[in-house]
Ligand binder design. Structure first.
Ligand code: NDP
Ligand code: DGY
Length: 321
């Protein structure tokens, strides 16, 4: 069988495929993404496809692959780049990488929250540019977690892992919103509240839901307007959950204290984007799961998912849709 990998992955992960004896590997041998035309050409005749979150897998790609395609394995837990209706129609199985990146992503989200709230990038810049003239009572003050209320939108695997990490900082109340209350929320004493309450009461709001038609553009003018003007907003889910024009307005009109984003629209965010001119906006290049060990485990899991799909056996992590 033929498999196509849309990016260069390390030798260890490729070996899992090569030593299986079931497939011949062809790979886009670069750290940079392939173009749409290269994707359409590379996938032709493939039985298996290993893709990245930056590859849109829609009817056009599936048609280009042809009828042999039986499995798609994405190197991500998010699957908003996969057009599931089209994939389902063709009876193709999907593998993804939940759980193995939860700790790394939660850790990064907490780091981003602290960096944003305590103004770390701005402080570092002041040290370098001579803005640090002396210790001053109110200079470089930010917002602290101790005694605060944190609202988490989407208390899933990563949302829960963020909540667990925030408890030891002395957070007074943890709130969460979503489609339904979660039994596991009891572990961190998180209260399930309507979105209005979460927005009105939280000092920090963390977005950790998946991107769906319902959450697309959810954080808009109306959302920011209902937040405290001293609140800090953090998004480590997907950029499209946020209306960035509305976020810019909120950050420049004092409706919101600061924002930390690990994800944006588009990615990469153009270097002349207005959000990058703001001191109260910290933008990271989608590095939630970027630890060496996590990425290694993700790649091995994606390779094993692909193999299981080729062999028609149980996948270590199959997406059921
Ligand atoms: P989960 O599926 O465990 O969690 C997603 C959560 O989103 C669920 O609790 C779900 O609720 C909730 N949700 C869905 N719709 C809504 C809604 N309308 N309002 C509020 N909550 C909603 O996934 P993970 O925690 O593993 O991952 C979450 C997302 O994080 C991924 O989809 C991905 O986009 C992003 N991610 C980003 C990374 C980064 O590098 N920045 C790294 C890894 C993931 P319910 O349970 O009720 O369906
Ligand atoms: C995912 O897995 O969905 C992340 O965005 C990258 O790890």
């Amino acid at each position: 069988m033929k498999v196509f990998l849309t990016r260069r992955i390390p030798e260890e992960a490729i070996k899992i495929l090569q030593t299986s004896g079931v497939c011949e590997v062809s790979m886009w041998d670069s750290d940079e993404p392939l173009s749409r035309a290269e994707l359409l050409a590379g996938v032709q005749g493939a039985d298996g496809l290993l893709c990245m979150l930056s590859d849109k897998i829609d009817a056009e790609v599936l048609d280009a692959a042809g009828p042999n395609l039986k499995v798609i394995s994405t190197l991500s837990v998010g699957y908003d780049h996969l057009v599931l209706e089209e994939i389902k129609k063709r009876g193709i199985r999907v593998g993804y990488t939940p759980d193995v990146l939860t700790d790394a992503t939660a850790e990064l989200t907490v780091a981003l929250l602290l960096a944003t709230a305590r103004r770390l990038p701005e402080g570092i810049e002041e040290v370098k540019n001579g803005g640090w003239s002396s210790w001053k009572p109110l200079w470089m003050c930010g917002h602290g977690l101790s005694g605060s209320t944190v609202g988490i939108v989407g208390l899933g695997r990563i949302g829960m892992a963020i909540a667990r990490r925030l408890v030891p900082f002395g957070v007074r109340r943890l709130l969460y919103s979503g489609r339904a209350a979660k039994a596991e929320a009891a572990e961190v004493k998180a209260e399930f509240v309507p979105m209005d309450t979460l927005l009105a009461d939280s000092d920090f709001i963390v977005i950790s839901c998946s991107l769906t038609p319902e959450t697309q553009g959810m954080c808009d003018r109306n959302f920011f307007r209902r937040m405290k003007s001293t609140a800090v907003f953090v998004n480590s889910s997907r950029g499209a959950v946020v209306n960035q024009e509305d976020l810019y307005q909120a950050l420049t009109t004092g409706q919101l204290a600061a924002a930390g984003l690990d994800v944006t629209t588009p990615e990469p965010l153009p270097t002349d984007h207005p959000l990058l001119t703001l001191k109260n906006c910290v933008v990271l290049p989608h590095i939630g799961s970027a630890t060496y060990s996590t990425r290694g485990v993700m790649m091995a899991l994606a390779a094993r998912n692909l193999l299981a799909g080729l062999r028609d056996t149980d996948m270590p992590s199959e997406l059921h849709f």
